[in-house]
Design a protein around this ligand. Structure first.
Ligand SMILES: Nc1ncnc2c1ncn2[C@@H]1O[C@H](COP(=O)(O)OP(=O)(O)OP(=O)(O)O)[C@@H](O)[C@H]1O
Length: 256
């Protein structure tokens, strides 16, 4: 289980961005981190990855993240940032293979090549294998980056707005594949996402961040209600639930 206890972080001393975050993310489950712009969602993922150090505790089982075990921590984590630079003359296959860099020697074995191809197939992008990544569309680049993140077989998957720039079909496909890998490989997935409807649809657990604090957390159906959304986002909404379908419909800016 990924655990954070009282996680506190500031880019500049006078402006704390994360203020005592305590949360857990279970293997085989998707934890969606939601909240308004600038709430601290991306910063939280950076602090869970090897990128930023923070006060408080981040641990995976008995392994507590610290400066000395950066390499070990790096191997546990697959991190897909919000923005990734794909301006490189490399095929999608080569780009994904780079995700195995820690395990590659001077010769790339058949096992590595098969693994890359199998991930591309499972993500439905095998047809992109020989295309240059700098010539792919935003959505295709997003999928290719996810493949690179998954190919290192992480225990924890940190996805920062993975559905950014995807059309509705690819958004569904992306979320379904994230769900598949999370369950199939028993990964603890933590994902930031702006669509409350999609968060409700695919997450097992939701953490609501507001001004760097956890405002609420729990199963989507237990916590995503118009009162909470009004107080966190300042928007009046209507929620429609019909079997597995869950839609959060924004109606107007709330008069607070
Ligand atoms: N590198 C940085 N240096 C200084 N301040 C930063 C830096 N990155 C983010 N911030 C600030 O930290 C706060 C939280 O930013 P963060 O990107 O974590 O929010 P977010 O919830 O992911 O927002 P969004 O939904 O807009 O992506 C914001 O006030 C932002 O301006």
């Amino acid at each position: 289980m990924l655990v954070t206890e009282n996680l506190t972080f500031a880019y500049t001393p006078t402006f704390p961005v994360l203020r005592g975050i305590t949360m857990t993310a279970l293997p085989g489950k998707i934890t969606a981190v939601i909240g308004p712009n600038a709430a601290g969602k991306s910063t939280l993922l950076k602090c869970l990855s090897h990128m930023e150090g923070a006060k408080g505790i981040v641990r995976w089982g008995d392994c507590i993240k610290n400066r000395k075990n950066r390499a070990q921590w790096h191997r546990l984590i697959g991190y897909l940032p919000q923005y990734h630079d794909m301006r490189t003359r490399m095929t999608a296959f080569e780009f994904v293979l780079l995700g195995r860099l820690d395990d590659l020697s001077w010769r790339v074995g058949d096992e590595e090549l098969d693994l890359v191809m199998s991930i591309l197939k499972k993500l439905g992008i095998a047809h992109l294998a020989t295309r240059y990544v700098d010539e792919l569309s935003g959505g295709q680049q997003q999928m290719t980056s996810l493949a690179q993140t998954l190919v290192s077989s992480p225990h924890v998957l940190l996805l920062d707005e993975p559905t950014n720039s995807l059309d509705i079909k690819n958004e569904l496909q992306m979320l379904d594949r994230i769900t598949f890998f999370t369950k199939e490989h028993n990964i603890a997935t933590v994902m930031t996402i702006h669509s409350l409807s999609q968060a409700a649809r695919c997450a097992d657990h939701v953490v609501v961040l507001h001004e760097g604090r956890v405002e609420a957390s729990g199963a989507p159906e237990d916590i995503l209600n118009p009162e909470l959304i009004r107080s966190v986002y300042g928007v009046d909404t209507r929620i429609i639930r019909d079997g597995p379908d869950y839609a959060v419909i924004p109606r107007s800016i709330a008069q607070l």
